[in-house]
Design a protein around this ligand. Structure first.
Ligand code: 4AD
Ligand code: MG
Length: 430
């Protein structure tokens, strides 16, 4: 019976055939232990010299790392295995022999691993991170579908720049200029006026010259947008969503979290509600902690965010940032025009901002004024302004960065490991 490693529990004490790769092996004169992987999981194949044809045993002893095989064997329950099962091998058919696989079980440097990303993805840890990424995507669709949101896909080629004009990837669009999308938000606002509650999931691009553990040039964002939701309503969606992600990963990725050595107690605490601290209080807090390099009106750097996050064991909302350091579309505070109704959600353990969100300006004249102040007077924003001419309503939304969230929940240090093929400042290969 042909099956996969993830399905072997249905075949205890039965013979199965599995297509797999050899991840690693150990052998002596009498026995060989094959670490097999097939993408769905990992299992140890045990080849006992006295129990198989001599030819099979010799094959087991000589096969090289990453050779592809069909392995036939009897499934055994095995408590010592992290996966719970073992394969008592009866036959091996080599499909394709791999010679000199570059990533051996020894330590390799990061640049070498990144140059071999197409092969590095096969390793146990990278496999675990990709499975967690997949679970976060699955749980995202589940959460928003369960809560009455419709998925809407904004365009990737656009004429507008929601997050500032300095970080755009420009391209020719026949005889016009176009940009790769920085954020689908403006389109999602139009969609919310049509469908009420919507979310998007797609790639976004920032031509940022940042080289930090939190920055990618191409990253994936989940962008919900809700009609009739005001500032506080927006925060409630965010804390419920992020809690749902953490709890889904805990429940469905135990094996992966163990492989990565993730501290589960940290994830168990990720339950709504999350604390809120205003920008004003965050500045005071930082001054008390001895940060003299920041003044009211400055944006936070990662040491500041980390210091604030460290005083909580859940993600924390920093609310009401100064108007002048935030994008043009944010609704002003009703009693103060120096701050806006926005919040960034800062993850614990130094992972930084995972969400940026706000209530949006719904007044036509104010939005027009803000666009002018930001020099965004081209026809590209005409349609966006028109949304405020026909039954404009208060509305809010946010963007969650997938890779930062994957890195945080998996516990990997750098976002480059949380996306299959990272685009970084100096990396377009592979
Ligand atoms: O804070 P940002 O720039 O917000 C927006 O783009 C809004 N238009 C979203 C919205 O309201 N619909 O980005 C949102 C999130 C950040 O909090 C961060 O998690 C992630 O996107 N992000 C990045 N992730 C990796 N690399 C980068 N260069 C990122 N820039 C932002
Ligand atoms: Mg932001």
């Amino acid at each position: 019976m042909k099956t996969t490693i993830s399905e072997v529990s249905h075949f205890i004490e039965k013979e199965v055939k599995i297509g797999a790769w050899l991840a690693n092996k150990r052998s002596s004169g009498k026995i060989a232990f094959l670490q097999l992987r097939d993408g769905t999981g990992f299992i140890q194949g045990v080849v006992v010299k006295a129990e198989v044809d001599e030819e099979v045993f010799q094959k087991a002893k000589s096969i090289t790392q990453e050779t592809s095989l069909y392995v036939t064997g009897v499934v055994k329950e095995d408590e010592r295995s992290p996966f719970g099962y073992e394969l008592s091998v009866t036959n091996i058919e080599v499909i394709h022999e791999a010679t000199d696989f570059p990533i051996t079980p020894k330590e390799h440097g990061t640049e070498f691993l990144m140059d071999n990303r197409h092969l590095w993805l096969r390793s146990k840890k990278q496999h675990a991170v990709m499975k967690i990424r997949n679970e976060i995507i699955r749980a995202t669709y589940e959460f928003f579908n369960n809560n009455g949101f419709a998925k809407v896909d904004p365009p990737i080629l656009t004429g507008s720049a929601p997050e500032g004009t300095t970080e755009l990837f420009q391209t020719k669009y026949f005889d016009e200029d176009a940009y790769l999308s920085q954020s689908g938000q403006l389109y999602m606002e139009a969609a919310a006026m049509a469908l009420g509650k919507v979310f998007s999931f797609g790639p976004t691009f920032r031509a940022e010259k940042s080289k930090t553990r939190r920055h990618l040039i191409e990253f994936w964002m989940i962008e919900p947008e809700m009609a009739f939701y005001e500032f506080e309503d927006n925060l409630i969606v965010q804390e419920n969503y992020v809690s749902y992600l953490a709890q889904s990963v805990l429940k469905n990725c135990q094996l992966e979290l163990n492989i990565l050595g993730r501290d589960l107690s940290k994830l168990e605490k990720i339950q709504a509600p999350f604390p809120r601290i205003s920008y004003d209080d965050a500045i005071k807090f930082l001054h008390e902690k001895g940060f003299n390099d920041i003044e009211w009106g400055d944006d936070f750097g990662s040491p500041h965010e980390t210091a604030i996050a460290e005083s909580f064991d859940k993600p924390v909302f920093i609310t009401h940032y100064p108007t002048k350091i935030k994008p043009f579309y944010m609704q002003p505070h009703p009693e103060r025009d120096d701050v806006v109704l926005c919040a960034d959600l800062i993850a614990p353990e130094g992972y930084g901002e995972i969400i940026g969100g706000s209530e949006r300006i719904h007044d036509y004249d104010l939005l027009k004024q803000r666009l002018e102040e930001h020099g965004l007077t081209s026809d590209a924003y005409k349609w966006y302004l028109e949304l405020r001419q026909y039954g404009s309503v208060p509305h809010s939304g946010f963007g969650l960065g997938l890779e930062r969230t994957v890195a945080w929940l998996s516990g990997v240090e750098h976002v480059r490991e949380s996306i299959p093929f990272p685009r970084l400042l100096n990396r377009l290969y592979p």
